[in-house]
Design a protein around this ligand. Structure first.
Ligand SMILES: Cc1cc2nc3c(=O)[nH]c(=O)nc-3n(C[C@H](O)[C@H](O)[C@H](O)COP(=O)(O)OP(=O)(O)OC[C@H]3O[C@@H](n4cnc5c(N)ncnc54)[C@H](O)[C@@H]3O)c2cc1C
Length: 490
């Protein structure tokens, strides 16, 4: 096992992509599960706090230590078994998502979850239940996790397979590999019906695997993962459409969203069925202009969509073009990807906006002020316009983009001064509270981490936070793992 403690060797482990900063005594880099057990047993005996680190692309400070030690999963990076016939993959948590995708796609298989940043580890995506553009059709990471090997905070090993351990109502019993039984009472709060990554996933009669997905490094260290794969889609249309009116763009989006739901529920063929449905507002397009000078000057908004299809491409293009026309899309300037390279470049266009915002934030030494809110579909448009109006009333620069197909908004404020940052923090909270009050969530995909614990209290109330803490305490009696994530330590 590698152990690092020199300042210059550990500094990369002390910050994540939100520019949240921390400190620690040392970084432990185990190379196998036995070494993970060793680290946790020792830390537990000394009551030393342990923060699990993936590739630190997180946006909530969750992997950033506030003391104690870091356990990095970077050397747990082996592919263990790719079963093409069964369409399943067994692997360790430190594999890069981009490598995972290349590996399975080379065998004509497909792993749908695609957080915009592919430079993350598969373990990190499971610990945050990451989502992405394709969540619109395929759902979040949770839907593809079939089994997990986990080292619990006291160093006990546990293996969980989907469908093998189901809670009895809100009572869940875990049995470790050494036959220790842990009786858990699951919190009985109601989770929002939108896309959601806030707090423990708890439901009556739930599967034990689901408790650990999205638990943000607080309940155990994931050391092995079994994933379900699909067949790789045969063909994909990928396209960016520009609109001279934001209203037109949003009407287009709403019609595509509803039409896609209908296609799926009625099992229609030869019909609109978007895989991804992503939005960029005028400010986001302006922010991208230096990198993409071919963005039309008249554009007030843009939508990037993908659709998988079998059969005649022309038939689908016609369907889409007629919808684009109906909503006054800028037909002259539609960017249609014709080959793999062009498809990657449209994906990169979407990635660039997130990346450029994060880069602006770190360059100006602020912490990210980007919303991750989602609301029920029927409230989305009103929510979107009122959110924008609120930020504009304070005259803070911002860009908006995100997974609008899922009624999920990343509005990122771009403060220029400390005063604007402070104002922005207040607005950020107001927007999150408004999403919660609308029946949605303040975090649809990034998680709570260390930076949003107060919002989780607003969402579920202190009584339910105490239930989450009690659950954690059963698995982590000395409170050593992921301290400060999801809720404050005491
Ligand atoms: C430009 C950009 C765009 C992004 N877009 C999206 C997006 O569209 N959708 C989305 O969901 N996210 C997005 N993210 C956020 C980020 O990529 C995800 O949260 C990712 O899943 C984190 O993976 P990681 O390996 O970097 O984990 P880290 O950031 O290192 O850690 C995240 C959390 O997981 C825990 N953890 C990591 N590994 C393990 C393990 N093996 N066992 C237990 N706990 C573990 C950590 O303790 C921490 O709590 C984006 C980030 C960037 C920088």
């Amino acid at each position: 096992m590698i152990i690092k403690s020199a300042k210059d060797e550990i500094q990369n482990y002390l910050v994540d992509a939100s520019n949240t900063k921390g400190f620690c005594e040392a970084v432990y880099i185990p190379e196998n599960v036995d070494e993970v057990i060793e680290v946790l047993k020792e830390a537990n005996s000394k009551k030393l706090s342990v923060t699990v680190s993936g590739n630190r692309t997180g946006l909530t400070g969750a992997c950033v230590p506030k003391g104690g030690i870091v356990l990095s999963t970077e050397k747990l990076n082996r592919f263990l078994d790719l079963d093409i016939k069964e369409k399943s993959l067994l692997l360790e948590p430190g594999i890069l998502l981009s490598d995972l995708k290349n590996e399975v796609e080379s065998k004509d298989l497909f792993y749908p979850p695609d957080p915009t940043e592919l430079n993350c580890f598969i373990g990190g995506t499971i610990a945050t239940n990451a989502s992405g553009a394709r969540t619109f059709k395929y759902g979040p990471t949770r839907n593809y996790v079939e089994e997990l090997e986990i080292v619990l905070p006291e160093g006990e090993l546990i293996h969980l397979k989907r469908s093998e351990n189901i809670a009895d109502g809100f009572n869940l019993t875990l049995t470790t590999d050494s036959y220790k039984k842990i009786e858990l009472t699951l919190p009985d709060y109601e989770m929002p019906k939108t896309k959601n990554a806030s707090g423990y996933y708890c439901k009556r009669n739930m599967d034990a695997v689901d408790l650990f997905i999205g638990s943000e490094g607080t309940l155990g260290v994931i050391t092995k993962i079994g994933l379900k794969l699909l067949f790789k889609p045969k063909n994909i249309i990928s396209c960016v459409v520009f609109f001279n009116s934001e209203n037109d763009a949003l009407n287009f989006l709403t019609e595509v969203r509803d039409e896609s739901y209908r296609t799926r529920s009625e099992n229609r063929i030869n019909s609109i069925d978007a895989t991804a449905l992503e939005f960029f507002d005028h400010n986001a397009l302006e922010f991208l202009l230096a990198d993409y000078p071919n963005i039309p000057g008249s554009a007030q908004a843009a939508i990037w969509f993908e659709q998988e299809y079998e059969g005649e491409e022309d038939l689908y293009l016609e369907l889409w073009l007629s919808l684009i026309n109906k909503h006054n899309g800028n037909e002259e300037d539609v960017w249609i990807a014709l080959d793999e390279k062009e498809k990657r470049s449209l994906k990169q266009f979407r990635h660039a906006i997130s990346e450029n915002v994060n880069e602006y934030i770190s360059r100006n030494n602020f912490r990210k002020l980007g919303t991750d809110v989602a609301v029920p579909d029927e409230k989305f448009i009103t929510f979107y316009y009122s959110t924008k109006k609120l930020v504009e009333s304070e005259q803070i620069d911002y860009v908006t983009y995100g997974h609008f197909g899922n009624s999920h908004i990343h509005l990122n404020m771009l403060p220029k001064t400390d005063e604007e940052f402070e104002k922005g923090q207040k607005l950020y909270k107001q927007i999150c509270l408004s999403a919660i009050r609308s029946g949605g969530t303040f975090s649809a995909e990034h998680g709570v981490g260390k930076n949003k614990t107060d919002l989780l209290i607003e969402m579920y109330g202190m009584e339910n936070i105490d239930k989450m803490k009690a659950l954690k305490k059963k698995l982590d009696p000395n409170y050593i793992l992921g301290v400060g994530n999801i809720f404050k330590s005491t």
